[in-house]
Design a protein around this ligand. Structure first.
Ligand code: HEM
Length: 156
């Protein structure tokens, strides 16, 4: 294969991106949100969440771009676009879907709608808002872990 070192570099960037990204989502889902739910002062809870989320969202946006660009490069390098037409590559579809969901949430929905909406809900009923937030993170984490299984040969 020509310029194999570019492929190796793209794969390394992809894996580093995935490790930081999914590791972050796992931390938020299993440690951060459950800890926030235990804070009884509802104002403190929201304030702390907004401070932490601001930094995390910036980092995740950067990592999302890295992962998407390196993934695109790898498909193009391998001329593997036809994988999208093959069922056994279900994990490639899921990978792209997970990436698309995060991209939509982080770059469009969060700044335009979600940030404001979540704050409103948290002021109205903090317990319900944080329970919803937790559920959404659990769904995204589960889908992401499924991608990792699929990318390593797991078939149903
Ligand atoms: C548009 C987004 C993405 C594209 C185009 C893409 C594309 C690719 C490609 C082409 C490969 C190499 C497959 C092979 O060597 O046969 C790969 C590997 C991989 N991708 Fe993605 N990917 C994307 C997003 C994601 C996301 C969101 C995740 C995690 C949830 C992910 C996790 C992985 C993993 C774990 C591997 C295997 C890496 C290894 O062990 O070497 N990818 N991806």
């Amino acid at each position: 294969m020509e310029n194999l070192e570019y492929y190796i570099l793209a794969r390394a960037i992809h894996v580093i991106g995935v490790v930081i990204w999914i590791g972050g989502v796992a931390f938020v889902t299993t440690v951060l949100v459950p800890s926030l739910k235990k804070i009884t002062d509802k104002n403190n809870r929201l304030e702390l969440f907004e401070q932490l989320e601001g930094t995390f969202a910036f980092q995740t946006r950067f990592v999302t771009l890295m992962t998407g660009a390196s993934g695109y490069f790898m498909i193009d390098y391998m001329h593997a676009w036809d994988r999208y037409q093959q069922v056994q590559f279900w994990w490639m579809h899921l990978m792209t879907l997970v990436w698309g969901t995060f991209t939509l949430v982080l770059f469009v929905l969060e700044p335009l709608v979600l940030h404001h909406w979540f704050k409103e809900q948290a002021i109205k009923d903090s317990d319900i808002a944080f329970a919803w937030l937790h559920r959404m993170h659990k769904v995204l984490l589960s889908l992401s872990l499924l991608v990792v299984l699929g990318a390593h040969g797991f078939q149903f």
